[in-house]
Design a protein around this ligand. Structure first.
Ligand SMILES: [Zn+2]
Length: 133
């Protein structure tokens, strides 16, 4: 007997092949369904993945991992939280770019959307090496 699952949004059923639970079959159909809600659901899932990835990159750029490059982790947790907010806003096409600067160290965080729609996350600082004679 063929097993089917139903889309959680529109109720359309599809053949799923042999899978264990009804729950699992419904999930599979929901992820494949062509209804507008199904598309929206997948779009949101992809957004969440991107946001998760951005959070990891921000942790890497401003956290302990930078010790490998002899760069101190940033102590300012508020700065890091704001960077994550900004990255999410960029991923959701709500902002195009933003720069913030840590009060104590002058560390800068840049978020920008490039021409291909990718989101760039950068760390920099305001130190300049200059000599005047
Ligand atoms: Zn559907």
């Amino acid at each position: 007997m063929e097993q089917t699952g139903a889309c959680r949004f529109c109720g359309q059923t599809q053949v799923t092949g042999m899978m264990t639970g009804a729950e699992e079959r419904d999930s599979k159909v929901t992820l494949n369904c062509d209804c507008p809600e199904g598309h929206e659901f997948r779009r949101e899932e992809r957004m969440k993945e991107k946001i998760q990835n951005a959070n990891e990159q921000i942790n890497a750029l401003f956290g302990q991992e930078m010790m490998n490059h002899h760069i101190e982790p940033l102590q300012n947790q508020r700065f890091i939280a704001i960077m994550k907010e900004l990255a999410e806003a960029a991923i959701r096409s709500q902002i195009r770019k933003a720069t913030i600067e840590d009060e104590e160290t002058g560390t800068k965080g840049y978020i920008s959307v490039n021409s291909k729609g990718g989101v760039n996350i950068e760390r920099g600082n305001t130190f300049k090496y200059k000599r005047e004679i």
